[in-house]
Structures are given as C-alpha cells and as structure tokens.
Design a protein around this ligand. Structure first.
Ligand code: PLP
Length: 372
C-alpha cells in the first residue's frame, strides 16, 4: 500500500481550541531546524522569554514555555510547588477545575473543593469562607477562563484573597492569555500556566508558565523530591536561564518555538490591550447575530468570555448533524458541549487569529443555513 502525503483540509477553527493559526506563524514553523543549543536559537529563546513576560504582564524571571501542552503546564505548577499532605483549595466550576483537583490528589495532597455551578464564575465569597475555615491551606487553585462553559472568574479578587491568607495562587490561563485582561504582577499571581493553541494562535503543544519569586522560593525550599523528572523546573531553570550557560535538559521542540516566537511577536505588535479589545468587539458582533438566530448564552453577560461563546442548542435541533454540516459544507469547526453541557450547548471560539470579522460573518451565515 502506498501512503500518500497527508493534506489536511483548510478549516476555519472556531471551537474551544486549537484556534486558527496565523499564516505567519505557520511560515515560521517551516523555517530550517537548528540545533537547540545553537547560539542563534538560544538568542531567540531569550526573546521568547521576554515576549512571554509581556504577554503575562510580569517581570518574573522564571517565565518559560514547557515543551508540552496546557495540561503539562498545569502539572508543572502542582508537581513543583505542592508537597504530599499539602492542603489546596481547588475551585471547580467546569472540567478544568476538576482536572486540577485530580492533580492535587494524585500528588498526595488534600483538595478542599469549592464548587460553583457550571456556567457561573468562581464565587469569591465561597473562596473567602473556605480560606477562613482552612487556615492550614497552602494553595488556592482556580481556572481564570473556563473553556468548558465560557465563564470568566475574577482572578484579581481571588489572588488578593490568596495573598491576604498567605497562600500561593495557582492560576489556569490556558484560554485567557491574550484574549482577556490578565496582569500577573499587578494581581499578585504566584504560578500561572497557559497553552499555545488558544488566543496566542500558535500551534498546539507548548505551555507558557510563570512563577513569582515567592513561588520560586517555595520550590527551592521544598523538602520532598519532585516526583516528575521531565517537569522538574529546578532542572529546566538552567536551560532557560539566559545566563549564557545553557545546558542540555531535553531536546527543545525547535520549530514549535519559532512558531511561538512569531505568535508572541505578533501579539506584541498588535498590543495586548488592542488584542483584548478585538476579542471583545468580535464577541459583540457574534452575539448580535446569535441573538437574531435565537441562540441563548449559557453564561450571564457580566461573566461571559469573549473568546469562548457557549450557547444552548435550540429544542429540535440535532447537535451532531449541525456540527457535521458546518464542517462538511463550510469547513467550519465549532465545539460540542463538554461534560454537563454535552449535547446541550455549542462552544463557539473567537480565539486569537480566529477573532476576525470574516470568521464571525461566516459562522453566522453558515449556522443560519444549516439550522433551517
Ligand atoms: N485548562 C483549560 C482551561 C483548557 O481549556 C485546556 C484545554 O482546552 C487545558 C487546561 C488543557 O490544555 P491542553 O489540552 O493543551 O493539554
């Protein structure tokens, strides 16, 4: 049997991620591979670090991209900072808060779960209450932008509470980075992770991570060994150090890092605040059209993520048939509902390069046709 080269169809990606990759980012990916200790590559990694500091709005020296997807960013935070027996307040208002809880328990920690209904933000009052009831808690972990529901939580208020109670905050910014306001230093975030494939519009497979000096201190002072070799950041720090003494830890995904460099460069060129405003403006346009189609939002307006629009599937409409028709007739991908919302909602992403007027127009016109 002769295997043919793989030629993927040209889709418009308006689901929960990956999002449309910027053409310049795809071009960057195809540039010649150099050695991962090549001086030119090392200089580019220093730029990636500076650009990530800009995207996260932080001066944290420990700001890197883990060579693995967003879930590895999550594990990086827990495996490096937590020790067995540590108590962690974990906020759960969707799929990814539950994934955080599983991380805590697999590492021998005690998760105190603060539950909020799917589609609502994390309740700051409930978290304050949990912190008061558990003065021995060491961490507060929550998802800033819940991709499973489209709800935005108040990271600024939650991190302020964490500081008040002297616990370290661990924040999931996989869907929020580049799409909505996020200020790591100003909000006092201690450990944060993201993913390359959402509002950065890069290829999937890299997880930006940043630790505050407090988090780095905690990592250095830990008693228990770090149970993962690959994610042990005390080993990786040397690799990303920028002190000119970079040594081998693992073979970096060289071309993927070219792509991240380009996507972050484009974000800086646009300006972070302009990118946040663009996501909001495209969301407003999409919302106006969805209203006309009679599609109601899962999340109340005040907590809605512009980059992830979860809408209820109207009665009598076949979820699978609509999504298949969008894909087959319009090359358009939207997301199915996840977990509690499976079969009940669609998730329409407006992430990064996908947050463009032509995408909004296509999505609304295609939905109108396939639903009638
Ligand atoms: N956290 C959130 C909020 C996400 O949306 C995702 C992925 O969709 C993840 C974590 C996991 O990221 P990845 O799928 O890149 O491992």
């Amino acid at each position: 049997m002769t295997i043919q080269p793989f030629n993927p169809p040209r889709r418009t990606l308006m689901g929960p991620g990956p999002s449309d990759v910027h053409p310049q980012v795809l071009q960057a990916l195809g540039k010649p591979t150099v050695g991962h200790l090549d001086p030119t590559f090392i200089a580019m990694m220093d730029e990636v670090k500076a650009l990530l500091q800009y995207a996260f709005q932080t001066e944290n020296a420990f700001t890197i991209a883990v060579s693995a997807p967003g879930s590895a960013g999550m594990e990086t935070c827990f495996v490096n900072l937590m020790e067995p027996g540590d108590k962690v307040i974990v906020c759960r208002n969707g799929v990814f808060g539950e994934r955080m809880r599983q991380n805590v328990e697999r590492l021998g920690g005690e998760a105190v779960v603060v539950d909020d209904a799917w589609g609502t933000p994390v309740s700051v009052d409930k978290v304050a209450d949990a912190l008061n009831r558990h003065p021995d808690a060491k961490f507060l972990a929550f998802v800033h932008a819940e991709t499973s529901t489209g709800a935005l939580s108040d990271a600024k208020a939650l991190c302020a509470l964490a500081r008040e109670h002297d616990v370290l905050s661990i924040v999931d910014a996989v869907t929020s980075l580049g799409g909505v306001e996020l200020r790591v230093d100003e909000w006092g975030i201690d450990a944060i992770y993201s993913g390359s494939q959402k509002c950065l519009s890069c290829v999937p497979g890299l997880a930006p991570v940043s630790f505050s000096p407090r988090a780095v201190e905690k990592l250095k002072a830990r008693q228990a060994p770090i149970s993962s070799w690959f994610l042990d950041q005390s080993l990786v720090m040397g690799y990303w150090s920028g002190d000119g003494k970079r040594s081998y830890h693992h073979t970096a995904p060289v071309n993927s890092l070219y792509a991240l460099h380009e996507s972050l460069r484009l974000l800086q060129l646009e300006g972070l605040e302009n990118a946040w405003a663009r996501h909001r403006a495209m969301h407003d346009k999409l919302k106006a059209g969805l209203d006309k189609l009679g599609l109601g939002f899962v999340v109340e307006e005040a907590y809605r993520l512009p980059q992830l629009n979860a809408v209820y599937i109207p009665e009598g409409i076949d979820d699978g048939a609509v999504r298949s028709a969008l894909l087959n007739r319009f090359n358009l991908e939207i997301g199915a509902g996840l977990g509690d919302l499976a079969g009940k909602a669609w998730r329409i992403g407006l992430m990064g390069y996908a947050a463009r007027e032509e995408n909004v127009t296509l999505c609304l016109a295609a939905l109108e046709q396939v639903m009638n």
